[in-house]
Design a protein around this ligand. Structure first.
Ligand code: PLP
Length: 397
């Protein structure tokens, strides 16, 4: 039977990680991997998470199944963090929630819910977008359509083109996937005014926002990064959220996330709740527990919550500081446009205006590793490597 299978192409990011690991140049710079790294190049367990694990290990009395919607306390506390505790989304009874296997699981559950509610809906995604959006959402069978978002050469958001496409080509019932903050792969986020325009177009055209919030807290701060989500939740009658704890709690392998459906009425929310549960049952039966139990513990314990927020802010500031230092170095050497874009962009990623050939040159001649698309993870840099990085980028331009 298995001989009929076709060979899968090697994963580009995994291949890049292997290449970087095999490079013996002590000055190599690896900006390829999509996770946070500290100044030592490590991704340690957060101290607040370690403390929560200790408390949880002492308290946990059973490993019996958690239930198809996961840990209700996690769902409530994490949703409050995203939407705001006293928001209409949290208090109106219109929100259906379920724990998911990471942000990816939330995206897939959200996609399946859309398919069940309206199998003709198309999902509009930004060009470019995270490489896994198409496979995760496309495997529901729904049609995926692109809207213009970012011009790699000018390093600007193509906001007018985005709005024109959504206004002209999206039809009532379609869904628009929006990166809540720290757009992957560009780092280019909508500003408040632009969010305002999107929040007018969507309800006007009867389009449903699907917000992917995988980096909350790593752009401008927790409250600031939820701005777009909260505005859309206020202005649109329906909304889907896929949120992840992988980056902001450093819980990557624990697969911790949340899917929410904000419905028009509490009755509709109940329908969503039931269908999300049924979908979970069909896919994996029950979500994993450990990560969600830790997040619930942290958010529900004032000292741990404060410690976590401080750690998150440290990560955010480290990346923002690296962006400024790299921008300053590039600007001194005449690459002002790139400098301006890098400094203004948010979170881990930016998309450099360089070709795959230039990326290869950076790799083979300078031991600088980034994705062929030109995406860098700024967390892979360090203060002491920024000058070299800036020189290398300019050398291949
Ligand atoms: C934009 C975006 N959404 C969602 C995810 C999902 O993350 P996870 O499934 O690891 O929580 C990622 C991870 O890289 C991402 O970049």
């Amino acid at each position: 039977m298995f001989e009929t299978l076709s060979l899968t192409a090697p994963d580009a990011i995994i291949s890049l990680i292997k290449l970087a690991a095999a490079d013996t140049n002590p000055d190599k710079i690896d900006l390829g991997v999509g996770i946070y790294q500290n100044e030592m190049g490590a991704t340690p367990v957060m101290t607040s998470v370690k403390k929560a694990e200790k408390l949880w290990a002492a308290e946990e009395t059973s490993k019996k199944y958690i239930g198809i919607h996961g840990n209700p306390q996690f769902n409530q506390l994490f949703a409050e963090l995203m939407f705001g505790k006293n928001s209409a989304a949290m208090t109106s009874g219109r929100l259906a929630m379920a724990q998911s296997a990471g942000g990816s699981g939330a995206l897939r559950l959200g996609g399946e819910l859309i398919k069940l509610a309206n199998s003709k809906a198309r999902i509009w995604v930004s060009t470019p977008t995270w490489a896994n959006h198409q496979p995760l959402l496309g495997s529901t069978g729904l049609e995926i359509k692109p809207y213009p978002y970012y011009n790699k050469e000018t390093q600007d958001i193509e906001f007018d083109a985005m709005c024109t496409t959504l206004r002209a080509d999206a039809v009532a019932g379609d869904v628009v996937l929006l990166h809540g903050c720290c757009h992957n792969p560009t780092g280019a986020d909508l500003n408040k005014e632009q969010w305002g325009v999107v929040a007018e177009i969507l309800p006007e055209k009867n389009l449903v926002p699907f917000v992917d919030l995988a980096y909350a807290g790593l752009g401008d701060g927790l409250e600031e990064d939820a701005y777009g989500l909260r505005l859309l939740a206020d202005k649109c009658p329906e909304l889907i959220l896929a949120a992840s704890c992988s980056k902001n709690f450093g819980l990557y392998r624990e697969r911790t996330g949340l899917v929410c459906a904000l419905a028009k009425t509490p009755k509709d929310a109940e329908l969503c709740h039931g269908q999300i549960g049924l979908t979970m049952r069909k896919m994996i039966s029950m979500p994993p527990d450990h990560g969600a139990a830790l997040v619930a513990k942290i958010l529900n314990t004032p000292e741990l919550r404060l410690e976590w927020m401080t750690e998150l802010e440290d990560m955010r500031q480290r990346m923002s500081g690296l962006r400024t230092t790299l921008a300053d170095a590039l600007s001194v050497q005449g690459a002002q446009q790139m400098a301006r874009a890098l400094a203004a962009q948010k979170g881990m990623f930016s998309l450099l205006p360089i070709s795959p050939e230039q990326v290869l040159k950076l790799r083979s001649e300078h031991s600088v590793y980034l994705l062929n698309s030109g995406r860098i993870n700024i967390a892979g840099a360090r203060d002491e490597t920024i000058d070299r990085l800036s020189n290398c980028i300019l050398a291949v331009l």
